[in-house]
Write a protein that binds this ligand. Structure first.
Ligand SMILES: *Cc1c(COP(=O)(O)O)cnc(C)c1O
Length: 818
């Protein structure tokens, strides 16, 4: 949704090698890379990016939805079925998209701030926006759109209504920055903290720094900490800052005042200046200093600077999915609103529609750079396209343009007006997206509609699940399918939400352990095929009613299921045959093959969708021979089954660790389990995965105790010296095992590891915090980044699988998406 457009012929001239223009009048204002994200079909240009699935295959589907312009690479692509469509051939679609955006960028010559660094990019971008919004019309990257794809999509939003751009750039490998530098063309460069993030792709820190500095090759000024100054800097000018060395902006004093502010004094142009920020942690202080330098560079008055810093607010970019009142689900995105992030949030709403209906509560969109009439027309269109059932608009602009929305929509002038007049029982059995600009304080609405959370919660990072999925997809041989294992409540992470996410990200199959798990995710809206590992006779009814696909592993089950199908007169029902090649759990033994073949070759009641087996020790290098033997036995059994069935079926044996350790055993499909959730037995692979689950709790009470005082049941905890303990709200009933008591385990508070003391109780645990700096209200991490599940598993002499699946259902799951 942009206030300009390009004619398709011009686009072809900018990016194409060859083109076929059947609709020469077409004008393009939207870049489309995902068939699920169409908002304005006719104005969209689809780029068939290379990915795990060939996106040329989606062209027909996208054409059906009204898109008429395509950038493709396949030279022999058959265009005859698309008589009125435009095709532009290029050698690389991502590069073509970048080229088009580069052309677009050249149309504007207002200042652009380009930000890169390892940490703090998004926070600094958002803070600069908060600090400069009173002075400029700003276009900025939505969320943390800073990749090879995200940057072009961000810069594409530039138009003449804005007079300042703020874009962030992130890289994970050498040579990526040149491209981003061309597209962003920052006039003001900002280098944030260079830390450890994404270290893997680089040989050392200096290499990484040199790479990042490429963003600023043509910048008029570069804002940089003195310690990062390198000879390779080519920016015309630098603006340095430092806490210790001489610099343009030199911090001379830093002091915490009124317990929640930091007062900073600095020398700038021989003058002493000061600001006060409502944060006290060091990372925030450094980020604020970077922003301060930018504001000084832009010549803002000291008064405005001081004023705006005082109002600085926390940046929260993530969308949270929580349980709401009256069996509803709440997606909380109450901290920002712009068109792209609304689009992203609506996609998330669609992906997680676990209820019949979808509700959107939206505030006015501020600083869109688009005339209100057009903006809200587009918003109304977007909402319609995304299938929102109930719309609630809050704000003067939305009220003014309410005629653009569905007749039964509700409108309120401001947040207090909504809180006073809206009957919250109208929210029932629906998924609600709460999306508002900061100034509307929608967190007040989310507080009213979300269920109160008992303080212990398991936070699930859905982006990380997607990252891990894509990592394993990248390890698959061509055309290998992927079955995702979501048994046991998706390994403790939450069946419905994870299943919906995986469906949205196009896995081919799901598998659960029991019928009722399958039935639950079906009810949540999963339409993918679902395999059930333990189908029992009494559950056949549900299996058939909910189109679940049983694993048949013994003659007892095979015959009972066949009888059931015959009784109902069903033909070709999809089933999976499990062969026991050495796990010795479930499955037909190789010597049972003749009898099995005899049985299946005469049966038309079912159709064998797949034949599979399970490896007993794929992760263990000492068991290589056994694994190889299992694979070879599997091949033998498969060949026999192939000889009696006159149709093809899927073959699969690999679990997570076999995907990378036994790539030749991927056959037609792999079954990805634990790796999805960020855990790998193979240490070499761990660095490639992202952390998914964080178990958090909080402190109920802090006590000072004397040496010799005893703690908890049985008095087994004894204070070794005078000190302090903290009582936290998690116990063995939540899945924090009693075996971790008496100092065997610990938790993380403010990055300090503190040991348990005394026995763990059912609902509470005591921690010895004598040597730590801890306050009531601090987050307590039971496991997560910094204290891994591997550590807990080691302490308990078990495997991570057991730790994560043992977290009790009473612990609330909170999902987030960035
Ligand atoms: C659980 C399970 C998997 C997944 O194993 P991971 O090690 O978690 O990847 C695969 N296949 C079967 C039959 C399973 O039961």
């Amino acid at each position: 949704m942009i206030e300009f457009s390009y004619n398709i012929k011009d686009v072809a001239a900018i990016v194409g090698q060859k083109s076929l223009i059947n609709s020469p009048k077409q004008t393009i204002s939207q870049i489309l890379t995902d068939s699920r994200k169409i908002t304005d079909a006719l104005a969209s240009l689809f780029f068939a990016l290379a990915g795990n699935k060939n996106s040329h295959l989606f062209i027909y589907e996208i054409y059906q939805k009204g898109v008429r312009s395509f950038v493709i690479t396949e030279t022999d692509f058959d265009t005859t079925a698309f008589p009125d469509a435009n095709f532009i051939w290029v050698s690389n679609c991502l590069e073509a998209m970048q080229k088009l955006v580069l052309h677009h960028r050249m149309q504007f010559n207002y200042p652009v701030i380009g930000i890169t660094g390892s940490n703090g990019k998004t926070i600094i971008k958002e803070w600069l926006h908060q600090l400069l919004a009173s002075e400029y019309q700003i276009i900025r990257s939505p969320k943390s759109y800073n990749s090879q794809m995200g940057v072009p999509l961000s810069v594409w939003q530039m138009n003449n209504k804005f007079n300042l751009g703020i874009f962030e750039a992130g890289i994970s490998k050498p040579h990526e920055m040149e491209v981003l530098a061309d597209i962003i063309k920052p006039t003001i460069g900002v280098l944030t903290n260079i830390g450890a993030a994404h270290d893997e792709g680089f040989t050392n820190r200096t290499e990484k720094l040199i790479e990042k500095l490429k963003l600023f090759k043509e910048a008029e000024v570069l804002i940089i900490e003195t310690k990062n100054l390198l000879p390779s800097i080519t920016a015309k000018k630098t603006f340095t800052w430092s806490f210790t060395a001489n610099a343009d902006l030199k911090i001379i004093e830093q002091e915490i005042v009124e317990q929640k502010f930091t007062l900073l004094k600095a020398i700038y142009k021989q003058q002493e200046l000061q600001i006060k920020i409502p944060f006290i942690n060091q990372a925030s202080v450094e980020n604020a200093v970077v922003c301060w330098a930018v504001l000084l560079q832009l010549n803002l008055s000291n008064e405005i600077i001081a004023n705006n810093f005082l109002k600085l607010q926390t940046v929260k970019m993530r969308l949270e999915l929580k349980n709401g009142i009256n069996q509803s689900s709440i997606i909380d995105d109450s901290y920002n609103s712009d068109f792209i992030s609304l689009d992203i949030a609506l996609d998330f709403l669609n992906q997680q529609h676990q209820h019949q209906s979808k509700t959107l509560i939206l505030s006015d969109i501020e600083q869109s750079g688009i005339a209100p009439q057009k903006l809200y027309q587009n918003v109304a269109q977007l909402i319609k396209n995304k299938g929102v059932d109930h719309f609630i608009g809050i704000g003067e602009q939305l009220c003014k343009h309410q005629n653009l929305f569905k007749a039964d929509s509700l409108f309120f002038l401001n947040t207090p007006d909504f809180i006073t007049h809206f009957d919250k029982d109208q929210i029932e059995n629906t998924t609600v997206l709460i999306k508002g600009a900061r100034s509307f304080e929608f967190e007040r609405i989310s507080k009213i509609l979300a269920q109160k959370i008992h303080d212990t919660q398991l936070e699930i990072n859905l982006n990380a699940v997607v990252h891990n999925l894509n990592y394993y997809k990248s390890k698959l041989q061509p055309n290998v399918k992927l079955m995702a294992m979501v048994k046991a409540f998706a390994y403790g992470n939450g069946g419905d939400q994870i299943a919906m996410l995986l469906q949205h990200n196009r896995v081919d199959y799901l598998a659960v352990a029991y019928t009722d798990e399958g039935y639950e995710i079906r009810k949540a809206g999963v339409i993918l095929p679902i395999m059930v590992l333990n189908p029992e006779v009494p559950s056949f009814d549900s299996i058939i009613n909910y189109c679940l696909e049983p694993q048949l592993y013994s003659f007892r089950i095979l015959k009972a299921f066949a009888d059931e199908l015959l009784k109902r007169g069903i033909k070709d029902y999809p089933v999976h045959l499990k062969i026991d090649t050495g796990m010795h759990r479930l499955g037909f033994m190789p010597e049972e093959m003749p009898e099995l073949l005899e049985f299946i070759k005469t049966k038309s009641c079912f159709k064998v969708k797949s034949v599979f087996s399970h490896l007993a020790a794929s992760e263990n290098d000492l068991q290589k021979e056994y694994t190889a033997q299992q694979i070879s036995t599997f091949k033998g059994c498969v060949a026999l089954i192939e000889s009696v069935l006159d149709y093809p079926f899927i073959k699969h044996i690999a679990n997570t660790s076999a995907i990378t350790k036994w790539p030749d055993a991927q056959f037609d499909m792999v079954r990805l389990g634990i790796g999805l959730y960020g855990i790998e037995s193979n240490k070499a692979e761990r660095g490639n995965l992202q952390h998914v689950a964080t178990l958090k709790t909080s402190i109920s009470q802090i006590k000072e105790l004397k040496k010799g005082n005893t703690i908890g049941y049985g008095r087994s905890g004894v204070m070794p010296k005078d000190g302090k303990i903290a009582t936290v709200k998690i116990g063995y009933a939540d899945g924090f095992p009693r075996a971790l008591g008496n100092g065997k385990g610990g938790m993380l508070i403010n990055n300090q590891l503190v040991p348990t003391i005394g026995n763990i109780c059912m609902d509470m645990t005591m921690l010895d915090i004598s040597d730590a700096d801890v306050n009531i209200g601090d987050d307590v991490i039971v496991f997560g980044e910094g204290l891994s599940v591997y550590t807990l598993a080691n302490q308990l002499d078990t495997i991570p699988y057991e730790v994560i699946t043992s977290i009790s259902q009473r612990v609330k799951r909170v999902y987030y998406y960035e």
